[in-house]
Design a protein around this ligand. Structure first.
Ligand SMILES: *Cc1c(COP(=O)(O)O)cnc(C)c1O
Length: 374
């Protein structure tokens, strides 16, 4: 019982990541200060160019956060009061929140049991004349079934906004996340696969019209200072964040590969472990494992989480409450039982540490600790 904890494995180790590229980061920050390029400016423009090229799109527009990416995308597409937007209830609140902020209504569709992504086969029955857009979320780093979703979007003339906040570098049928729908939204929240040292986000698109509109919206409707063409907001990325992200981008493919190796190791060692179901990787997708999320069956999830913590390992629950049961969205009048697969998932999911800085010794310790428990 009183066994001393010899290890401490957090759910992400951003300081360790910093130490691994300290010279690059310190230089990146110093340059911005020397140039006083704090808001917008050359580092932000360079980042937009590099991300567009990385995501195989023509344009990228840097913003304050991934949430603002979703918000300004819907706004630029003209989604507003009376409209409906289809999405998943098993995601971070931001995905549905921005729909509501614009006066539109989030319409939820249950998820696939194996991937936790929106079940594309259940979308069509939810489409009405008021439906304007679909927001699939590439949850935990694995793309949703974009071919089916695009087919529906084409048939009913709907926009598709990819919530790729957890999926930078992921691919579906060889296409980069963020290049498949009308717009892709990414977050640079520190614990995302490409994280800044504060808030940040970016959208990607092949449409010049949409890129231009979002560029206006993010800066008070203005391209030239004090000339305000339309009503907008303030949602710019700072130069320091852009410069840090530029320094980190060259490592992203390597880091994503490392996450995949750790996932593969977990898959090998944890297969056939009682009460544990492993995450499914679709054949047509390149999963970048922002999270490695298992299901713990038979009501044992919370106990396993405690057991891991007792041994110094932090695991996380994404997501504890599906969005249709959140207090903030109560006015939509959903009830328990409406999305049984998402509800069940919320009682079983457990995300294990999966970041690139984890050592072999640490991942072995994690799997041994799990196996000893079950
Ligand atoms: C992180 C995240 C967001 C929001 O990104 P922020 O940069 O924190 O605003 C939106 N959707 C999903 C699925 C996310 O994981």
């Amino acid at each position: 019982m009183n066994k001393k904890i010899t290890k401490s494995i957090p759910s992400a180790d951003l300081y360790k990541e910093y130490l691994s590229i300290k010279t690059d980061i310190d230089k990146a920050i110093a340059k911005v200060i020397a140039d006083s390029a704090f808001i917008g400016g050359k580092y932000v423009e360079a980042l937009e160019e590099k991300i567009a090229s990385f995501c195989q799109t023509k344009y990228a527009v840097a913003l304050n956060s991934g949430t603002d990416g979703l918000y300004l995308s819907l706004w630029a597409l003209g989604v507003g009061a009376g409209d409906k937007v289809i999405t998943t209830p098993f995601t971070f609140i931001a995905t549905a929140e921005v729909i509501a902020v614009l006066g539109a209504t989030p319409i939820f569709v249950d998820i696939e049991k194996d991937t936790f992504n929106i079940d594309a086969t259940q979308i069509e029955e939810k489409i009405t004349k008021k439906t304007k857009a679909i927001i699939p979320v590439h949850l935990f780093g694995q793309p949703a079934q974009m071919d089916k979703i695009k087919k529906l979007a084409k048939k009913y003339k709907l926009f598709v906004i990819e919530d790729a906040c957890q999926a930078i570098g992921a691919e579906f049928n060889g296409k980069k996340a963020g290049s498949i729908g009308d717009i892709g939204c990414f977050s640079f929240f520190p614990s995302k696969n490409l994280g800044g040292y504060g808030d940040g986000g970016i959208i990607t698109t092949n449409s010049k019209k949409l890129a231009d509109k979002i560029r206006l919206l993010r800066n008070h409707g203005s391209l030239m200072r004090y000339h305000n063409e339309i009503i907008g907001v303030s949602s710019r990325l700072d130069g320091i964040q852009a410069s840090i992200l530029l320094a980190k981008l060259p490592y992203l493919d390597r880091w994503n590969k490392k996450r995949r190796e750790i996932a593969k190791y977990y898959n090998n060692v944890l297969k056939n472990v009682k009460n544990i179901e492993l995450p499914k990787e679709e054949k047509n997708s390149y999963h970048v494992y922002n999270q490695y999320t298992i299901r713990v069956k038979n009501g044992k999830r919370d106990m396993l989480k405690k057991h891991l913590l007792k041994h110094g390992i932090t695991s996380m629950i994404y997501y504890f409450t599906p969005l249709h049961l959140q207090k903030a969205l109560k006015y939509l009048n959903y009830k328990k039982g409406d999305f049984p697969i998402a509800e069940k998932a919320s009682t079983e999911v457990l995300s294990l540490p999966v970041y690139p800085e984890l050592s072999k010794e640490e991942t072995t310790y994690i799997t041994n600790t799990i196996k000893r428990y079950v």
